[in-house]
Design a protein around this ligand. Sequence first.
Ligand code: NAD
Ligand code: ZN
Length: 355
Amino acid sequence: MKNLMNVVMKKEAKKGAVYSQKEVPAPRSDEVLVKIHATSICGTDAHIYQWDEWSQGRIKPPYVMGHEFAGEVIEVGDKVKSIQAGDIISAETHIVCEVCEFCKTGQAHICKDTKILGVDTDGTYAEYVVIPEANAWVNPKGVDPAYLAIQEPLGNAMHTVMAGPIVGKTIAVVGCGPIGIMAIAVAKAVGASKVIAVEVNEYRLNLAKKLGADIAINPMHEDPIETILQATGGLGVDVVAEMSGNARAIDQALKYIKLGGRMSMLGIPNDKVAIDVANDIVFKGITMQGIAGRKMYDTWYQVKGLIESGNLNLEDLVTHRLPMDEFEKGFDLMESGNCGKVVLYPDMEILEQTR
Ligand code: NAD
Ligand code: ZN
């Protein structure tokens, strides 16, 4: 095997990233070495690329970006038992301590010592990556690697939609970025009665329709409160999947959620949000819940099962496939908002096979 590999590096503490080379890492005894087949761009990567305030506080350049991936195991450490060379894997990207109260009580997704692959460690915008055996998720063979790579954000969508009753319920998905459109596809596939998309970007609103949204609302052009109350017999939606992180959208959602409704919040606002706690939460009897990551590993099994059911429209979730050295184009697309999932390929041959 070669010694040097191509990578996309966050080299300096400023906007952008560079195409560069780095030594192929060697797996430690509890790690596996993976050849990356496909790696998708996450909103978090886009924030790191843009070098926003959050990134400035968290990221320590130089390091290799990226965390959503699928690839083939090339080598395993000597203590690795469950994974073999040749396995096609993806990974849970939260590397957890396994010993804290939360890890020990089935809540590893909120482990108090979480490290994130490609945020706190070298990531997957590379030809090779090492990950702990504990994080590896073995995939079936012969599946498009782009679909395997996006299982991680699909898990965020799944975790949010499935965080309470959904069958036969009305749901508003607020913010139809890559995870929002996935939530629409999941809600449709698992039997929500009516799926309402709320999104300010027209490209994404159209994508939401393609993925099965029954009603698509652009709050720049119409009042979402009025439209949603009208569409739900004046009562509002049973469930809100909050995936915009937008303060105004959150406040509006609390007006069109049904009495006793569930508001599952995945979106990350960049500042404090003012809401009418008395009228919109207490007296309405709303349940508000924070959704962090994916349940380890309940959500992964749900994602696997739903993909296997054939009921999930994966095709329309992936809108762009690019060679990894065209990563800048990918980040430009993410910035414009005119995309669903953007997938990068370190190996042109694999891209050619799936394009
Ligand atoms: P994204 O930023 O691509 O999507 C957010 C969408 O919200 C965009 O399409 C944007 O146009 C839309 N939006 C903005 N203002 C709006 C408004 N007023 N009304 C309706 N829509 C509006 O992000 P994503 O990758 O799809 O992720 C969704 C959210 O989840 C982000 O906030 C992200 O940071 C967060 N996230 C959370 C976790 C977690 O573990 N909690 C994990 C991953 C992502
Ligand atoms: Zn822990």
